[in-house]
Structure formats: C-alpha cells, structure tokens
Ligand binder design. Sequence first.
Ligand code: PMP
Length: 328
Amino acid sequence: MSHRSSDFTKIINAAENLLRELLNVPENYKILFLQGGGSGQFSGVPLNLIGLKEDGCADYLVTGTWSAKAAKEAEKYGKVNVIHPKLDSYTKIPDSSTWSLNPSASYVYYCCNETVHGVEFNFIPDTKGVVLVSDMSSNFLSRPVDVSKFGLIFAGAQKNVGCAGVTVVIVREDLMGKALKECPIILDYQVQAGNNSLYNTPSCFSIYIMGLVLEWIRNNGGADAMKQLNKQKSDIVYDIINHSDGFYSCPVDVACRSRMNIPFRIGKKEGDESLEKSFLDGASKRGMISLKGHRSVGGIRASLYNAVTVEDVKALAAYMEEFLKDHQ
Ligand code: PMP
C-alpha cells in the first residue's frame, strides 16, 4: 500500500482525528507522526525551537535519565541551562521555588514521566510565559492533558499508544518555521506539517497500529478512563509496598511517584540482589516478564502501561504478597 494512496491517507487521517478528539487538541496545533523515536526529538526539539528567541538558549529540568539525555543533546545546538540544583539521585522533583527560570529562554523542557526512575510530574510547570515542552513518551494518553498549556508535546508510541516506529509530536503552529539551518529536513516540523507527515515514507504500519490502539482507548472511555484505571492499578502496587514493613521499598518521593513505572527494591533499602533474582525467577515462571529494573538502577520495575489490565496487576500483587510471606 503506497503511503500516498487514498487508503493510507484514510488511516493516517483517522489516527490524527482520534488523537485530536482524545486529547482535545486545539485547532492551532499540528499533530505530526515522525520517526527517530523519543531520542530523535531530543534533537528535533532544539533544532526547531532553540532559535525561537535571539539568545538561542533553553531551560531544562533534569529529573532522570531521559531529561539528562535530552539536555545533553540540546547542548549541541545552543546554550542549555539546568534551572535547579543538581540532584544527587533521581528520586524527586526539585521544588519549583528553587527553579531559576530564564525569561529569555526559547523554551522550558521537562520529562513528564522518567521511565527508568519512576518519577512523574502530577502538575504542569509554571514557566512564567516561556514556551513549555514536554517529553510524554512514557505517560502519553495515560490521563487527559491540557494541550493548550504546552508549546510542544512529544511521545514515542511504543509505551501507551502502539508499537515502536512512530513518534507523535503535537506542536503549536506559531512555533514552526524557525528551525536552525542545520536541521535535517525529516525533523523539520514545518516541512513535515506541510506534508501531512508524509515528506518521506512514514512508519505506515506503526501508524496503523496506533490508530487501532487509539480506537481501543476511545471505546474504553478515553483519557479519563485511562486515568482512573492507571490510578487504580498503581495504587494496588504502591499499597503493597507501603504495607510491607520495608520488605519492599520504593526510593521515590511520595509526591512524584509514577503511575506508569514503579521501581522497587526487595529485602533492604539498597536491595538484596539474591532475593530480587529469586523474585524475578518466580515471576517469570508465572508468566510475568520484563520486571527487572533498568540496568542503571537495578532492583525491580513494574511498568503498568495502558495495555496492562487491572487483572494483570492483581496477579502481580498476589505474587508480591506470596513472596513477602515466604521470605519475610
Ligand atoms: N523519553 C522517555 C521518557 C523514554 O522512556 C524513552 C524510551 N524508553 C525515550 C525518551 C527514548 O525513546 P526512544 O527509544 O524511542 O528513542
């Protein structure tokens, strides 16, 4: 099927319309379906937006691995200010009273959910009028979001809305057209918007799958229902951690614990690796895989994306209870 055929045009337009409906995306925002993943947008964002103001600089909140990578990449294209005191560990969001926002920054960037560390923003940062950019790769469509508060939101589809290969970029129209001259054409928002994301062959199959997932979200109650389900699911796991008398421990500040990714250690605060291995082996025997924490932090990580059902989480919870009883 050609990506320029009327059949595929229907598929890509339907996916866009559904996304617009599910997130109430205002008329003055373009929705782009690009390639290169979330990491591609670590470059795409500064290449397109850092020249919005004369100083060519941007403010970054660095609350975990992914925002740290984004800030490092942006340094290639302009001046990056990390606007808060450096964190010793990625377990909290620095209080906004400590942020030194720069009014001449072209944008303020943050990662809404740090996937590796399980740190999630449950508020929208107040940037005092500076354009706000957010990486929502790992909590996209897990709840409603007021798009009008943002200059740009991006998200790889592979966590909550489909499979790898397509990255959603929602960008306010007036921010396009000021890309740096070295911006690769396939990352240029204005070029892609002018071509309905078809400047080059897009990830057609991933867009098709995303359309199906968006339909599933709509048929299951939309973003509000996802919010309610994700709260219910994460509460089940945090509840066990909180009532385990320290057998399970989550290092993240209670105020910013992620509903999507729950990192925890077993046995003692810094983790008992042999117990954790035995937990993972037992989980795998029960058909629960991918519970190993990211290699940079160790321990366990339960990722409860939209596709994970309440029943799945209850099965994990039952196993956690059983493991606790057997090893406490
Ligand atoms: N941002 C976040 C929050 C992520 O979780 C990831 C991937 N796990 C990325 C960016 C990078 O995405 P990709 O692998 O698609 O480049």
